[in-house]
Design a protein around this ligand. Structure first.
Ligand SMILES: [Fe+2]
Length: 348
């Protein structure tokens, strides 16, 4: 009859705790449920609670109402008041004809209510129903938790892969340019620092960091001998170098999931007064992230040794940025950078 249902309850046999002072009842329960569950029995509420407190695993509690000491209802309330036991289903037994008791028990959290004298097939069926119901509910919860964790892990892995691919691309750019070793990484860090100082949200800071890493990716399309030419470039060579921003935007164009990435590549050489390249954008027409990267890029260009000159001292760098605030740089962003530099120079 109910055996097939009982098998639904997982591989392991469920554990039932019977709390009943009546020896006949305890025997009936043991005798008629031991094929579907492991049954432990105690004689009063206090023993039942201490059985639970010792950490025994219990899947279902069968609780008599009328017992010496605590009533079943009192025991039920104690069980339901404890976080660690609250989820364990309780079936209340009683020999009393008392409708309000039944509703009180259900209100206090009983899963079901069975009248004594026990009718064995009814008791078995109800016990199995409750066991199966809670088993399914717990399995469902466990499955939801498992799937959620799995989805979170996949998301983390996807993000990690994304970040590592960007790092790899940035290294590919920097490997080509012998004179600006680590430039992309440094520009990314300075850009993120400025974004942070401007009060951006962590997600935006992170995105600007990625944009910084990839801002010079267009250099992939520039001949090595021009990139690494010692001394000054001819006008023609300089024009070739300048094409790296448009090339970079094209390279990043297929990345649909982060369309912003190409912005840093395309616009980081635009100037606030409109004299930059490739589109001669001015002021706030230049995307904000590109205005940030422009300051970070210039700062790194000034402080690191290039093919045609040595890096500048910090006072000189400070003066250069101040001088170009409003012409080359967005003044708000230049101010943030200047304040940051001042703070760090004072600390030297
Ligand atoms: Fe550049």
């Amino acid at each position: 009859m109910g055996f097939r249902q009982s098998r639904l309850y997982g591989e392991e046999m469920p554990q039932i705790l019977a709390i009943d002072d009546d020896e006949v009842s305890r025997k009936l329960i043991r005798g008629n449920l031991s094929d579907i569950a492991r049954v432990s029995a105690v004689v009063c509420g206090r023993d039942g609670l201490s059985y639970l407190n010792t950490g025994n695993k219990v899947d279902l509690i069968l609780l008599d109402y009328r017992m010496p000491g605590m009533t079943g209802l009192e025991v039920l309330k104690q069980i339901k008041s404890r976080d660690e036991f609250r989820e364990v289903p309780v079936i209340m037994f009683t020999g009393e004809e008392n409708e309000s008791l039944e509703s009180q028990a259900l209100e206090a959290g009983a899963a079901d209510f069975i009248h004594k004298p026990l009718v064995i097939p009814v008791m078995r069926q109800r016990v199995m129903n409750i066991l199966n119901y809670f088993y399914l509910q717990n399995s469902l919860q466990a499955e939801v938790t498992r799937q959620t964790k799995l989805a979170e892990r996949r998301q983390e892995e996807a993000e990690q892969l994304f970040e590592e691919m960007i790092m790899a691309l940035a290294q590919a750019i920097d490997a080509k340019d012998h004179y600006t070793h680590g430039h992309s990484q440094r520009v990314a860090e300075y850009s993120a620092q400025i974004s942070l100082l401007l009060g951006d949200e962590p997600q935006q800071v992170r995105l600007i960091y990625y944009m910084g890493l990839l801002h010079d990716i267009g250099k992939i399309g520039i001949p090595v001998k021009i990139i690494n030419k010692p001394g000054r470039l001819t006008d023609e060579e300089y024009d070739v170098i300048k094409s790296h921003s448009a090339i970079g935007a094209e390279v990043l164009n297929p990345i649909r999931i982060r369309p912003e990435l190409m912005i840093g590549a395309r616009y980081h050489h635009e100037k606030f007064d409109g004299s930059g390249y490739p589109d001669k954008l001015a002021g706030e027409d230049i995307p904000r992230a590109a205005r940030i990267i422009a300051v970070a890029d210039a700062y790194d260009a000034m402080t690191s040794d290039r093919s045609y000159r040595k890096g500048m001292m910090s006072q000189k760098v400070y003066e250069e940025i101040a001088k170009k605030s409003g012409s080359q740089f967005d003044p708000e962003i230049a101010d943030i950078m200047l304040a940051y530099l001042k703070e760090n120079m004072d600390g030297e």
